[in-house]
Design a binder for this molecule. Structure first.
Ligand code: SAM
Length: 232
């Protein structure tokens, strides 16, 4: 039984894809896709020995060794150029996902779809995509077990296309999510706002300094932006 989060990630993988799942942990995602006959092949990449072994065990236990290869290595380093046409990176911070993509840029030739699921910091991922010729083509937001997750889907194309004239807000909130304003989206940003409010009121009690002032201004600006978006 796959989590709702990974099932959503899976739903964006084109049929017959040659997938690379980076940071695969137990390789649940590639095993699920292979079992369903949805993909041609998969590479499950892991940088940490323990999860790498779990992934290997899982693939062997499900008898999918012919379709899924588990490789130990950092990010896209485990790939040869042209081996995968679809890459998934899920369940990590957005900064780490962007770093993995940046470090592995030369492995992206022949890849036509990226499905990225940052736990936090989706803005870093959107920025990386925007700066590197990838067009965000869809987004999802969902809540599972009290956590809110975002999924970003990109293809090579026109990076500016989804943003129209709202690049700044779009990079932060997600152009598709911003348009749809689903319940999970509203909840995520209300929670963020409450959190910033709390920090702001703590700073009111802090020893005054320039840094504290800057931080307060920054937080107030973020709160204002979220209020604008939520009120629209
Ligand atoms: N992708 C799975 C999911 O979404 O359920 C597992 C997520 S797990 C929280 C993150 C995994 O990414 C860990 O197993 C970690 O070892 C791996 N990881 C972190 N940095 C990595 C990197 N640079 N290259 C490959 N794997 C990495």
């Amino acid at each position: 039984q796959l989590s709702m989060r990974l099932e959503k990630v899976a739903s964006f993988i084109p049929n017959g894809a040659r997938v690379a799942d980076i940071g695969s942990d137990h390789a649940y995602l590639p095993c699920y896709l292979a079992k369903q006959g949805r993909i041609t092949s998969a590479i499950a990449g892991e940088v940490v020995e323990g999860p790498y072994k779990s992934a290997k065990r899982q693939v062997e236990a499900t008898g999918l060794q012919d379709m899924i290869e588990v490789r130990l290595g950092d990010g896209l380093e485990v790939l040869e150029p042209g081996e995968a046409d679809c890459i998934t990176i899920a369940g990590m911070g957005g900064v780490l996902i962007s770093e993995i993509l940046e470090a592995g840029k030369n492995k992206l030739d022949g890849v036509n779809r990226l499905i990225l699921q940052p736990n936090v910091g989706a803005n870093s991922v959107r920025e990386w995509l925007y700066r590197n010729g990838w067009e965000l083509i869809d987004e999802e937001i969902l809540e599972e077990d009290g956590k809110i997750y975002e999924i970003l889907v990109a293809e090579t194309g026109d990076p500016l296309a989804p943003y129209h004239d709202e690049l700044e807000l779009g990079l932060i909130f997600g152009p598709f999510l911003l348009k749809r304003k689903e319940a999970a989206f509203l909840k995520k940003w209300s929670l963020e706002k409450e959190n910033w409010r709390r920090v702001l009121s703590q700073l009111d009690n802090a020893q005054p300094s320039r840094e504290v002032d800057w931080k307060k201004q920054e937080l107030a600006g973020k709160i204002r932006k979220v209020e604008e978006v939520l009120a629209k």
